[in-house]
Write a protein that binds this ligand. Structure first.
Ligand SMILES: Cc1ncc(C[n+]2csc(CCOP(=O)(O)OP(=O)(O)O)c2C)c(N)n1
Ligand SMILES: [Mg+2]
Length: 695
């Protein structure tokens, strides 16, 4: 009779390699205590829980295999039979099985495994990460990428990439979004196939709308016959990228290590080519876990230097002529500055023309205190403009029209009928159909395709070439008028800010003024701003490229807390004081971001703008109730965060972050900020909960 034993020694050996030393140690103990291996019990119960590697030939010696088979029966099993046995152990083993003692002695793998896997796909993947100089891998851990995770730790020693532990996938992607905008290069995140990716999606959508590169990986088990019952089935998909394909620039599911290397380098290049955006790669678990076979032929492809597209010379010359001839040109910008050079170039163009700049602040485009910054007078300057040059403006129609939905949805153009409108940017070079982030169609006179920042030097040269003495003096007069109008605007902003100065809850103007008093002599960086807080841009001095990094892109709430942390991570190495104003509603989505801040010791000051509400929605509801004449008494239902009030300082402390508040008296704010800033300067995160007046 052929005795069938649970597993051949050589069948268990590769598994031992996967589980590595801890498994071996447990095994030794088991041997000493004469207890059977858990896998024996699983097989005894007829369960199949182990994926058999498809390509373990290099490490499983036929000699060992035959030796193991010979232990249990007269006829040795053929490899094919052994394979079938391992895959479908449906035999009733009760009668035939040797006792635990015999198993321990005869069938367990040797304590010293002679066939330890000497290479792994995951190691090669880590080498590709290195080649792309990717500093961080943000993740919420999962078995579908255990092969890569282990390789990052043991092959890569957790350096380039270093793992960032995130309690939610949305945190990981948003950290990448904030980081890339500050550092100018992407980090990578990896999530559990299917379910982790489902959590990651909204943040990927924000990154897509914000045109920010984030490299997203998801684990998957491609071959159905390799999946364990249960989680590995419900977490696998034939096309995992389908859920994000409408808002990534590119995605792929490599089927070999060479394919992985080429797709990773390709994904990096695509993500970094303006218009930038997130990319997604599905990683087969087997590819990560199994040994490398094609070692001699594997190669890491070369990453090309990405050169952004520039506007063509003819249209640049035509645009320069229009700008120089115009009486009241306006430079309207949004996501212009990709690098610090962007701001310097816009300043040069604006100063050459002495014209108005309106900054939608999707990036740090233009100094807030520059005399030509007319953002606070956008209505006035756009309505008087004869030429509007919109550079990397995302939603142009929204910027050039007045829209109201307070009674019924109405709109009117801000621009003069005969104003010439020119766009310069990468917006039209790449877009998708389903999600409507492109906004309403705007009539324009010329749409120049080219990266704004890269196209500016040629435009500046053309403009300079055309400016004669007559135009120069006209420009100077214009510049003086604009500077004077701006000064009046500043005085108005200062007067507005004093309204309700001493009131409690604290006004957002007072809060911003108190913060400014504490940070103005530091090397500060504001990396997130609650909805409608315009005070910093009206009153603070944004004068360097890292003072600000734009908004969420997709207006998906839950962005500010983690994206700010990603920016703080980038700022850490530059020693900058990072801070944000974090809406309470935003923080409630992913408060566990604070744990990541504490765990990775990322210095960052969270100032919670705590109006105890989703206040934007309160206002929408008030408008709706007013329109119907039904009173606004109940509009707090479903829109407020009271009963109980959230104590964010305690929440922060629970996550290991320094916390103070709730602060309700404006006089307490300055001293509290001082203490919190001292903590941040020590290299740790801190949070101040400021109870704010919603206005
Ligand atoms: C994921 C998501 N859910 C809901 C909304 C709708 N929404 C827009 S603003 C807002 C309120 C955000 O609250 P908070 O951050 O406290 O800002 P506040 O309006 O109170 O200033 C909500 C819920 C959204 N934009 N995104
Ligand atoms: Mg709020």
């Amino acid at each position: 009779m052929l005795l069938v034993k649970p597993l051949e020694p050589d069948e268990t050996a590769p598994i031992a390699q996967r589980l590595d030393a801890p498994w071996m140690r447990r095994d030794t103990l088991r041997k000493q205590h004469n207890t059977p291996h858990p896998r024996w019990w699983r097989q005894y119960r007829g369960e199949q829980t182990v994926r058999k590697r498809r390509d373990d030939k290099p490490v499983v010696g036929r000699r060992n295999f035959l030796k193991g088979a010979g232990l249990v029966g007269a006829a040795a099993l053929t490899p094919a039979a052994a394979k079938a046995q391992a895959i479908a152990p449906k035999v009733n083993l009760k009668a035939a099985l040797p006792g635990p003692a015999q198993l321990a002695a005869d069938t367990l793998p040797p304590t010293k495994d002679s066939v330890t896997q000497s290479s792994s796909g995951g190691d090669f993947m880590v080498d590709v990460f290195r080649s792309l100089d990717i500093d961080y891998l943000a993740m919420n851990c999962a078995s579908s990428f255990r092969g890569l995770h282990e390789a990052v730790l043991n092959h890569g020693k957790n350096v380039k990439p270093e793992i960032l532990t995130c309690p939610h996938e949305e945190i990981a992607v948003h950290m990448g979004q904030g980081y890339a905008k500050m550092e100018g290069k992407p980090l990578a995140m990896i999530c559990h196939g299917v379910v982790g990716l489902q959590h990651a999606t909204m943040a990927m959508y924000n990154a897509w709308c914000d045109r920010v590169p984030v490299i997203v990986f998801g684990g998957n088990i491609v071959e159905a016959n390799k999946r364990a019952p249960g989680a590995e089935w419900v977490h696998s998909a034939i096309d995992p990228g389908a859920i994000v394909r409408d808002f990534v620039k590119w995605d792929d599911q490599p089927t070999s290590l060479q394919h992985f290397a080429e797709s990773f380098v390709r994904a990096y290049k695509i993500a970094m080519t303006p218009p930038m955006g997130p990319v997604f790669l599905s990683l087969d678990a087997e590819l990560q876990e199994n040994p490398i076979h094609e070692a001699e032929t594997l190669r890491i492809p070369k990453l090309a230097r990405v050169v952004p597209p520039q506007a063509d010379s003819g249209s640049t010359a035509e645009l320069a002529r229009m700008l120089v001839a115009a009486e009241s040109p306006v430079l309207l910008c949004d996501r212009l500055a990709r690098t610090p050079a962007g701001m310097a170039r816009l300043i040069e163009l604006a100063e050459t023309l002495q014209c108005a700049v309106v900054d939608n602040a999707g990036r740090m485009n233009f100094p807030s205190r520059h005399p030509l910054n007319q953002t606070g007078r956008r209505g006035a300057v756009i309505s008087q403009a004869d030429v509007v040059l919109a550079i990397e403006v995302n939603e142009l129609w929204g910027a050039l029209n007045v829209f109201s939905d307070r009674i019924v949805r109405t709109s009117r153009p801000m621009t003069k009928k005969d104003a010439k409108i020119v766009t310069l940017g990468t917006r039209d070079l790449y877009m998708k159909s389903n999600y409507q982030d492109f906004g309403r169609y705007q009539d324009v006179d010329m749409a120049i395709a080219g990266d704004g920042e890269a196209s500016l030097p040629a435009l500046i040269n053309e403009v300079k070439r055309l400016v004669d003495a007559g135009r120069k003096s006209a420009f100077e007069a214009r510049g003086k008028r604009l500077a004077a109008a701006r000064l009046a605007m500043i005085e108005q902003a200062k007067a507005d800010a004093t309204m309700g100065w001493d009131s409690s809850p604290i006004t957002t103007a007072r809060m911003c003024a108190e913060v400014w008093a504490q940070i103005k002599d530091e090397d500060w960086s504001l990396v997130g701003n609650g909805i409608r807080i315009t005070w910093p841009h009206r009153l603070w001095n944004f004068d360097k490229s890292y003072r600000w990094n734009g908004g969420s892109g997709g207006a998906g709430i839950g962005y500010t807390a983690p994206a700010s942390l990603g920016a703080a991570l980038a700022n850490k190495r530059h020693g900058r004081l990072t801070l944000n104003f974090n809406g309470d509603g935003d923080l409630m989505f992913v408060p566990s971001t604070l744990w990541t801040a504490a765990h990775h010791r990322i210095p960052m000051l969270y100032i919670v703008h705590n109006n105890r509400a989703y206040h934007q929605e309160v206002m929408y509801l008030q408008a709706m109730a007013n329109r119907r004449g039904r009173g606004i008494n109940d509009v707090t239902i479903g829109t407020t965060l009271t009963d109980p009030n959230v104590d964010y300082a305690t929440v922060a402390r629970g996550f290991g972050v320094y916390g103070e508040g709730p602060i309700t008296d404006p006089k307490d704010l300055g001293p509290a900020l001082k203490r919190a800033i001292a903590v941040v300067k020590r290299g740790e995160p801190a949070l101040i909960d400021v109870v704010t007046d919603p206005r």
